[in-house]
Design a protein around this ligand. Structure first.
Ligand SMILES: Nc1ncnc2c1ncn2[C@@H]1O[C@H](COP(=O)(O)OP(=O)(O)O)[C@@H](O)[C@H]1O
Ligand SMILES: O=P(O)(O)O[C@H]1O[C@H](CO)[C@@H](O[C@H]2O[C@H](CO)[C@@H](O)[C@H](O)[C@H]2O)[C@H](O)[C@H]1O
Length: 558
C-alpha cells in the first residue's frame, strides 16, 4: 500500500482469516530505500522475498495444494498492481516448481502495513521501507484492500481493456461498500462476503486461462438467466505476458441457505437408518428396484415410503429438476463455441481413454504402495481392486464413440452433494471449477451431461456408506444388513432422480442418447468417478478410501 494510503486507510478487517497466527520469517535488517510502489521492481528484494520468505510461507497455507509433493523453488511468474489512485497493492502470481517435474501457479495479493495490529494474521515479512518499519501481509486480511477490489468492480468500465481488468455484470445493481468479512468456511480458495450480499472468491490456485467457475457462472446466470446458481456480479482478471486472460477473482450473489445438500442428506439418512429399528423394518422383505430403473415418487412402494418418508424423494425430484435445468441452459447455446453442444468423435474417445487409463494406473500404484496401511474391510476391498484390475481396465477401453448418438456439453464437472446449497425446499448449484486434479484444458472439454448425473449418484452412494461408517453401533443391525438396506434405498434415490431428470431433458430436446446408451454412459462415468475418488481419498482422507473401493466393487458387480 502506498505510504499515504497505508496510514490513512489502515482499518482492521472486521474479522481475521481462519489460518492460525504464524510468525513471519525473520530476515535480518531488511531495509529498502525505495517506495512501496517500486519495491517489486527491485531485484534484490524479489530474490530474498521469493527464496528466503515465500518458500516457507506458502507451504503453510491452507490453500497450498502441493503438500504431497516436494517444492524445488518458487519463481515470480507475473506481478501486477491492484490499485486505485494512490492506494497500491501487488498481486503476485507465483510459480511453484516441484522435484517431481511439474509446477503450479498461485495468487498472493500483498500489502505493506506499518501498524503491527494489522499484521496479526498472514504476516509474511517484517521490513523497513524508507525508514518506515512495518510488515508485508496477505492483503485479503485488510479491509481497505477488500473494499478497493469491490469498488473497482462496481465502477468497472463496460469494456475494460487494461492489463488488470475489472468486470461488472450488466445485471448487477451494486450498493456502496459497507462491510466485509471472511466467509470462514473450509475451502481451497479465499472467499470474502461484502455487505452481507456478495461473495468475492479470490482464486488461489491459478490457471493460465479463464477459470471455468467464472465462465460457467457468467454464462449460466448472465447469458441464460439460470436462477439456481448464485448470480454472477463481476470479476477481476489479468492479461498475462502471453496475452491470455487469467481469472483472479469472481464476485457472485450471496445465497442465504441452510447448509449444503451433503449435510442435509446425512441427516436424512441418519433418520432413515434409525427408522429401521423404530419401525421394525425387515430389510429382506423390502421391495427391490433395479439400478437405473426410473420411478416416479408417486410409484415408490408404500413399504419404502413408510420406512424413508416421502419428503426425501420430493427433495430429490426438485434437485433433479434444477440439475436438468442447468443442463438445458448449457445445452441451448448455438453461437458461443465454448458452449455449443457437439457429438462424440474419435478424438474424444482417444482423449478419454488415455486420461482414464493414466488415472487408473496412478490409483493402482497408490493402492499397491499403501496396502500395508490398510486393514479389515478396506484391505479386503483393496486386494479385490488389484485382483480385478484387468476387468476394470477393459471397462475403460470399452468405449466406442460410433455407437453413441447423444451430445456432449460443457458440464459442471465435479458435481456432488457438497456443491449444492439448500434454501428452503430449493437448491442452488455452486463451484463450477471442475475436478481439482484435471488440467484446465481437460476441464473445458465437452462431456456427456450424464457425467454430472454419475457424480451425484456417486454422492448418494457415498452418503449412504458415510452414514453407516460414521454411526457405529447406532443402528442395531449387522453391517451386512445395513449395507443391503442402504444399497436398496440408493436404487430408489437413483430411480426417482433419473425419472424427473430424463423427462425434463427430453422435453427440452437435449439429446443424452437412447436408453441403453444412457445406462452405458452412467456406468462408465460412475466407474471413472469412483476411481477418481479413490485417489482423492488416499491423498486427503485415507480412512474414507473404503467408500470408493466399495463403490468400484458395486459398479463392476452390477
Ligand atoms: N454465493 C454463495 N452464497 C452462499 N454460500 C456460498 C456461496 N459461494 C460459496 N458459498 C459457500 O462457501 C463454500 C465454499 O465455496 P466454493 O465456491 O466451493 O469454494 P472453493 O472453490 O474454494 O472450495 C460452499 O460450499 C458454500 O457453503
Ligand atoms: O468440493 P471439491 O471441488 O473440493 O471436491 C473434492 O472434494 C470432495 C470432498 O469434499 C470430493 O467429493 C467426494 O466426497 C464427497 C463427500 O465428502 C462425496 O459427496 C462425493 O461424491 C465424493 O466425490 C470430490 O470428489 C473432490 O473433487
Amino acid at each position: 500500500m502506498a505510504k499515504k494510503a497505508a496510514e490513512a486507510k489502515q482499518q482492521k478487517g472486521s474479522d481475521s482469516a481462519e489460518a492460525p497466527a504464524q510468525e513471519a520469517v525473520q530476515v535480518e535488517g531488511l531495509q529498502f530505500d525505495i517506495p512501496w510502489e517500486q519495491l517489486m521492481d527491485d531485484e534484490r528484494f524479489v530474490e530474498v522475498f521469493l527464496s528466503d520468505v515465500l518458500e516457507n510461507y506458502v507451504v503453510q497455507q491452507r490453500w497450498y495444494g502441493g503438500k504431497s509433493s516436494t517444492m524445488k523453488y518458487i519463481e515470480l511468474q507475473e506481478y501486477f498492481r491492484i490499485q486505485h489512485n494512490e492506494e497500491v497493492y501487488y498481486g503476485l502470481l507465483l510459480e511453484v516448481n516441484f522435484e517431481e517435474a511439474f509446477y503450479q501457479h498461485y495468487f498472493l495479493p500483498i500489502a505493506f502495513v506499518s501498524d503491527e495490529s494489522f499484521a496479526e494474521r498472514d504476516r509474511i515479512l517484517p521490513l523497513a521501507i524508507r525508514g518506515q518499519e512495518g510488515f508485508i501481509i496477505d492483503a485479503v486480511n485488510l479491509e481497505a484492500f477488500r473494499r478497493l477490489v469491490y469498488e473497482r468492480i462496481l465502477m468497472a468500465e463496460p469494456n475494460d481493456t487494461t492489463r488488470v481488468r475489472y468486470h461488472k455484470s450488466t445485471e448487477f445493481r451494486g450498493t456502496p461498500y459497507e462491510s466485509s468479512k471472511f466467509m470462514g468456511l473450509e475451502q481451497s480458495n479465499t472467499s470474502i462476503i461484502i455487505n452481507g450480499k456478495s461473495v468475492i472468491k479470490f482464486f488461489r490456485r491459478i490457471y493460465a486461462d479463464k477459470n471455468p467457475d467464472y465462465e460457467m457462472s457468467r454464462f449460466l446466470s448472465e447469458r441464460k438467466g439460470y436462477k439456481n446458481t448464485p448470480a454472477y456480479q463481476g470479476s477481476l482478471s489479468i492479461m498475462d505476458t502471453d496475452n491470455v486472460n487469467v481469472t483472479i477473482a469472481l464476485m457472485q450473489e450471496l445465497v442465504p441457505n441452510q447448509g449444503d445438500a451433503w449435510d442435509y442428506m446425512l441427516k436424512e439418512l441418519h433418520k432413515i437408518f434409525c427408522n429401521l429399528e423404530y419401525k421394525g423394518i425387515r430389510v429382506d422383505r423390502l421391495p427391490k428396484l433395479e439400478l437405473f430403473q426410473r420411478i416416479n415418487s408417486r410409484q415408490v412402494p408404500p413399504e419404502i415410503i413408510d420406512w424413508a418418508g416421502l419428503g426425501v424423494f420430493l427433495k430429490l425430484q426438485k434437485l433433479a429438476q434444477r440439475t436438468a435445468e442447468m443442463h438445458i441452459a448449457l445445452g441451448s447455446e448455438f453461437e458461443d463455441t465454448a458452449f455449443t453442444p457437439t457429438r462424440f468423435n474419435g478424438d474424444y474417445e482417444v482423449w478419454l481413454k488415455n486420461r482414464l487409463l493414466y488415472m487408473f494406473q496412478n490409483r493402482l500404484n497408490m493402492v499397491e504402495n499403501n496396502l500395508g496401511r490398510l486393514e479389515g474391510q478396506a484391505l479386503e476391498l483393496a486386494n479385490e481392486f488389484l485382483e480385478r484390475k484387468n476387468e476394470i481396465r477393459k471397462r475403460f477401453v470399452n468405449f466406442d464413440w460410433t455407437k453413441l448418438k447423444g451430445e456432449r456439453l460443457r458440464v459442471h464437472g465435479d458435481y456432488h452433494l457438497g456443491q449444492i446449497l439448500v434454501q428452503g425446499d430449493d437448491f442452488f448449484l455452486l463451484d463450477f471449477e471442475g475436478e481439482p486434479e484435471s488440467t484446465i484444458r481437460d476441464r473445458k472439454v465437452k462431456q456427456p451431461p450424464l457425467k454430472d448425473i454419475a457424480g451425484i449418484f456417486r454422492s448418494f452412494h457415498y452418503a449412504v456408506y458415510a452414514t453407516i461408517f460414521d454411526n457405529p453401533g447406532k443402528y442395531p443391525y449387522p453391517q451386512d444388513e445395513l449395507f443391503a438396506a442402504g444399497e436398496l434405498l440408493y436404487r430408489y434415490f437413483v430411480g426417482v432422480f433419473l425419472d424427473t431428470y430424463v423427462q425434463m431433458i427430453q422435453d427440452h430436446n437435449i439429446n443424452i442418447g437412447y436408453s441403453a446408451e444412457r445406462i452405458f454412459l452412467l456406468k462408465y462415468c460412475m466407474l471413472e468417478k469412483a476411481v477418481y475418488e479413490l485417489g482423492y481419498e488416499m491423498n486427503s482422507r485415507p480412512d474414507w478410501a473404503v467408500i470408493p473401493l466399495e463403490g468400484i466393487r458395486s459398479i463392476i458387480n452390477d
